[in-house]
Design a protein around this ligand. Structure first.
Ligand code: RUB
Length: 316
């Protein structure tokens, strides 16, 4: 087992695994903060011990949830900038990189919001799925520009992240209609844009997001409602450039049925995939801090940012 991990890394990893800390951007930021706290806490005898402890912290965080690529991209950013000949230099390179990462995340979200807001017109109604801070940033910017926006918010079973979205939208003064997931198609007739976030974006422009996004996108396309994905460039999945696929997290059945329900239902299998894949042909635009892209062309941006393949600095 990995020894010497700081309380902050253990607590952050636990919070990510239990979804107390959730949403791709929030997870990425929490991981960077935990790495910085680990760097401050580690009492290493020599540079090699420091590096080994930081890699172990990276692995502990990496192993929590498999789908959101912002997590490994955060580890890549911070651990990829770990440099120096002494423990002191190594430590300050990590804390500086983590602070830079958090700052960039915030700036990127604001920039993306301003770009996404350009797609929204005064009086528009959006439909949301799950809770995405990147998607909400677009609505916030539109509201700040003085546009009146209303929202139809999908509950998002099994964890009901729609309640978080509804609360955040109400704080912005946006009127909210909350619906169960299966009512989405009926309410598309009253929707001007479907607006969702992303956990990962593959090189072919497929978007991996909360389970139910793909069905919503197919229905929106059939109804002629544009579907827009708000996702910072940390959501681009560099491994997909070399043919890897994105792992879809399967979660516990307890999120779907209670122990009593399990006893009543008897012998059956409950499956609880957390995410699904929406092919690029059902998406109209991916909005990032670097501009708006047709899904099929994000690969250009991906090569620019990551080169031809991705590093794994947390591995030994
Ligand atoms: C969250 C989810 C969000 C994306 C984007 O899933 O699917 O749409 O993570 O969020 P979970 P953000 O609740 O299982 O973590 O824009 O905040 O990164």
């Amino acid at each position: 087992a990995d020894t010497d991990l700081s309380e902050s890394v253990e607590e952050t990893a636990e919070a990510i695994a239990t979804m107390e800390t959730r949403g791709a951007a929030t997870i990425a930021d929490a991981a960077a903060v935990a790495l910085a706290e680990q760097a401050r806490a580690v009492d290493a005898a020599d540079p090699e011990e420091f590096r080994a402890t930081m890699r172990a912290a990276g692995r502990r965080l990496y192993d929590t949830r498999p789908t959101a690529v912002s997590l490994p991209n955060s580890l890549r950013y911070v651990l990829g900038r770990m440099e120096g000949d002494t423990v002191g230099q190594l430590r300050s390179s990590v804390t500086t990189a983590a602070a830079d990462f958090s700052r960039r995340l915030e700036t990127a979200q604001d920039e993306l919001g301003r770009i996404g807001a350009n797609r929204l017109r005064d009086g528009d109604t959006i439909m949301t799925h799950c809770h995405s801070t990147d998607a909400l940033s677009c609505v916030r910017a539109a509201v700040e520009q003085g546009k009146e926006i209303s929202a139809i918010v999908k509950e998002t079973r099994p964890r009901r992240q729609g309640h978080i979205t509804a609360t955040e939208l109400r704080k912005m003064g946006v009127p909210v209609v909350l619906i169960v997931d299966s009512a989405a198609r009926r309410y598309l007739d009253e929707t001007d844009h479907v607006l969702v976030g992303a956990d990962a974006i593959a090189a072919d422009g497929s978007v991996i997001n909360k389970i139910g996004t793909s069905g919503l996108a197919v229905n929106a396309r059939e109804r002629g409602v544009p579907i827009m994905v708000a996702a910072q460039t940390i959501k681009l999945h560099p491994d997909t450039l070399t043919g890897h696929t994105v792992e879809i997290e399967m979660r516990e059945e307890e999120e779907v049925i209670s122990a009593d329900e399990r006893a009543e239902l008897g012998d059956l299998t409950v499956e609880n995939p957390a995410f699904d894949v929406t092919p690029p042909r059902y998406l109209d635009a991916i909005v990032t801090e670097s501009g708006q892209f047709p899904p099929e062309s994000v690969v250009t941006l991906m090569r620019e940012l990551f080169g031809e393949s991705a590093t794994r600095p947390w591995e030994e």
